[in-house]
Every structure is written in structure tokens, then in C-alpha cells.
Design a protein around this ligand. Structure first.
Ligand SMILES: [Zn+2]
Ligand SMILES: [Zn+2]
Length: 243
């Protein structure tokens, strides 16, 4: 038990940890992830592209142009690659909750400061997955964003069914797969509210899109998505991961 709480070596680079910390990752690895860089990206969902060809005259991608995205804007810190990906894995799948704070620091650097929000909404997990993991990673991040920005957290949506794994599905199939997976929480009025939906990773945006749609159906006037990392197709095919 002691070793788990105070490990000797950084779980990412293997270097011995100096001093006692509840985070089993060294300072260098925690600071390693940098913001996502792209010369070309969609102005509304911020999907990075190799060149300008997928973008229209206003700088929007095909999905946004077609109105397929349920959210109004998306902001993200980094690419779901390298050290950031490893940190998210340790946080989520190895259940190292103490990583929430350093990861929220990165998340906050992508927070759209020019915008005003009425509430922060964590991407819900299906209750079974939450029970398995013991926490909702998006919930921990949302709470820290809320605390820093002085905006309340509202559990505005529920995941009504555990969506089958998205792995191996095309973008269109992912959209069908998550349709109707969210429903507004009862007794929460979202009328006219501007919401910030927080999640750890965005892959195709299908889940965020479906969730944003449910929030709008419940009366929200504006939904922006803030994620820590996004799958970047420029690095090759999407690597899927469970919620
Ligand atoms: Zn390290
Ligand atoms: Zn777009």
C-alpha cells in the first residue's frame, strides 16, 4: 500500500521521484504536454487538418458546415498522444485521482477566457462504468474548472444507456451509436443557459455532439466543449479508448 501512495519511480519515464508526493509522476513528465499545434483547423470545432482543403471559405469543416456537430464550439488543450495520453491513461484506467489537479491545470490553459458561461457540465459516465472506476474523470476535472473560474457545476445530463464500445466504428456509425444515449436530468432548468461541457478526451466529437444536443433540447442556448486532449487524425487513424 505504501508503495502505491509513495512510489519510487515516475510511472512515465521511470526516473526516481524526489520527495514525497501523492502523484506518482515526476515534475518534468507532468509539465511535458504542450498545446496542440496545427496550421489548419476548423474555426468552430477546432479539428486540426493537414491542409486547408477540408475547410470552407469561413474556415469550417464539413461536419460543422452540415450542422452535424451538436455543440457551438470546441476547445482542447493537446493532442491525445505521447505523455499527455499516458497521463490520461494513468488518471482514468489506473485510477490515479491525484492526477486530476495537474491535468486540470493543462485543461484550464485551453479555457476560452473571452466567453461567459453559466455552468460547467461534466460529461456523464454511465452509472455502471462509474461504479467500476469509482469516479467520473470528467467530473473531477469539471469540479476543478468550476473552482478556478467561479462557475457552478451542474449535473445537467445523465447517460441513459451504456453505449457499446466505439472501437472500429466509422464516424457516421459512432454518431448513430451514441444517439439517444443522454437525457436531461430532471428538475434542472437549462433555459437560455450558456454551458461548458467538460470531458477528458474527444475522438470524433460524436459523443460530445450527442450530449450537447441533449443539453440544447433541455433549453441551453449555447454549448461549448472543453477537453484535455483530442485524437488527432494527422497522427494516423483514431485510436479508440473506452469512455
Ligand atoms: Zn517522469
Ligand atoms: Zn468543424
Amino acid at each position: 500500500m505504501f508503495e502505491l501512495v509513495f512510489p519510487d519511480d515516475c510511472r512515465i519515464c521511470g526516473q526516481p521521484l524526489k520527495g514525497v508526493s501523492r502523484v506518482p509522476v515526476c515534475a518534468a513528465c507532468l509539465a511535458a504536454p504542450g498545446p496542440l499545434e496545427a496550421e489548419h483547423f476548423c474555426v468552430s470545432c477546432r479539428t486540426p487538418f493537414m491542409n486547408e482543403f477540408p475547410l470552407d471559405g469561413e474556415g469550417r469543416c464539413a461536419l460543422c458546415r452540415s450542422g452535424m456537430q451538436g455543440f457551438d464550439a470546441a476547445y482542447t488543450f493537446g493532442a491525445y498522444e505521447g505523455t499527455l495520453r499516458e497521463l490520461i491513461h494513468l488518471f482514468k484506467y489506473k485510477r490515479i485521482r491525484t492526477l486530476a489537479k495537474p491535468l486540470a491545470g493543462h485543461l484550464l490553459s485551453a479555457y476560452p477566457r473571452e466567453q461567459r458561461f453559466d455552468a460547467v457540465v461534466p460529461m456523464p459516465l454511465h452509472w455502471f462504468r462509474r461504479w467500476q472506476r469509482g469516479f467520473n474523470q470528467a467530473g473531477l476535472l469539471a469540479r476543478l474548472v468550476s473552482r478556478r473560474c467561479g462557475i457552478p457545476v451542474v449535473q445537467a445530463v445523465r447517460r441513459t444507456r451504456a453505449t457499446p464500445p466505439q472501437a472500429g466504428l466509422t464516424s457516421a456509425r459512432r454518431r448513430t451509436n451514441v444517439r439517444g444515449a443522454f437525457s436531461p436530468a430532471r428538475a434542472v432548468s437549462l433555459r437560455g443557459m450558456r454551458l461548458l461541457l467538460v470531458d477528458d478526451v474527444m475522438t470524433t466529437g460524436a459523443t460530445a455532439s450527442a450530449c450537447a444536443r441533449a443539453l440544447k433540447d433541455a433549453g441551453a442556448s449555447y454549448v461549448a466543449v472543453l477537453t484535455l486532449a483530442r485524437a488527432d487524425r494527422r497522427f494516423g487513424a483514431y485510436k479508440e479508448q473506452p469512455a
